[in-house]
Design a binder for this molecule. Structure first.
Ligand SMILES: Nc1ncnc2c1ncn2[C@@H]1O[C@H](COP(=O)(O)OP(=O)(O)OP(=O)(O)O)[C@@H](O)[C@H]1O
Length: 263
């Protein structure tokens, strides 16, 4: 499924959080969203999973205007793993994962064999099966994040939206998640702060700056030292991974490598 954000603006309290933002993720690709804090990545993703209504512009799923779809229907197509994911209620892990079926018709969410099998498979994939009977509130940050990913998989969406999904994950679970995203065949939009993980995982990267997308392209096209300096104020040295040829950025802690200082 193709996702298009077309000239989206979001205004709150008299201020544009994003403006004239256009972004497209093609069917089956992994699109990375990168950019400094506050550049509008989460706001753009919220427009897609309908937590925020754009002040102007449109969101399209293939050729369908998102606002023409009932919420439950778009929730069957788009699953979101977000930073504000409602994991503060004390359901068990299994219950939380099974909630991923809510947008689906009742017959396919009754806790029959197939839904249970779906939940168990998603929990195995996210390494959370052993936590099934634990309360969400008792989990570590990374365990909880993996449960939220399991819940999104159980939704069986066409589009997967993830806002900083590697937060809290140890390196093994980061690698497992991102390699899953690469191979899952869904249209994936993922906001990432780690530019090397973005380069390794994403087919294309959209660079956010000041509330709009200033560049989009393959990782090697957008992750150049000058572009990174322009957007982030840090000058990396750029190489390639010896095994995969994927672009890699290296930073020094030399104060001269950053523009201005905040700390
Ligand atoms: N409800 C709101 N009311 C007012 N301002 C908001 C609201 N939500 C977000 N903002 C502001 O909009 C801007 C964009 O925020 P957003 O969360 O989209 O950025 P981001 O690129 O995802 O940042 P980060 O990398 O820090 O997660 C920020 O300046 C933020 O403070």
């Amino acid at each position: 499924m193709r996702v298009t954000l077309e000239e989206i603006s979001v205004r709150k309290a008299g201020r544009a959080l994003v403006h004239d933002l256009t972004l497209q993720a093609y069917s089956g690709e992994v699109l990375g969203l990168i950019g400094p804090n506050g550049s509008g990545k989460s706001t753009a993703l919220r427009c897609l999973y309908r937590a925020v209504r754009p002040s102007s512009g449109r969101v399209w799923l293939d050729d369908t205007d998102l606002t023409a779809l009932p919420l439950r229907e778009s929730a069957r197509m788009i699953a979101a793993v977000t930073q504000d994911n409602g994991a503060d209620l004390d359901f068990t892990v299994f219950e939380a994962v099974a909630m991923g079926r809510f947008p689906h018709p009742r017959e396919s969410r009754d806790t029959g064999e197939s839904v249970e099998a779906l939940c168990r498979a998603a929990m195995r994939r996210t390494d959370t099966a052993h936590l099934a009977e634990r309360g969400l509130l008792s989990l570590s940050g990374g365990e909880r994040q993996r449960v939220m990913i399991a819940r999104a998989l159980v939704q069986q969406p066409s589009v997967l939206v993830l806002d900083e999904p590697t937060n809290h994950l140890d390196v093994r679970h980061q690698v497992e998640l991102l390699s899953y995203l690469r191979g899952c065949g869904l249209t994936v939009l993922v906001a990432l702060h780690d530019l090397n993980l973005a380069a390794a995982c994403c087919d294309r990267i959209a660079v956010f700056h000041g509330g709009s997308v200033v560049e989009a392209g393959e990782p090697s096209e957008v992750l150049t030292p000058s572009a990174v300096r322009r957007v982030f104020g840090v000058t990396p040295s750029v190489g390639t991974h010896p095994g995969t040829g994927v672009v890699q950025l290296h930073y020094t802690l030399d104060p001269e490598s950053t523009e201005g200082k905040h700390l």
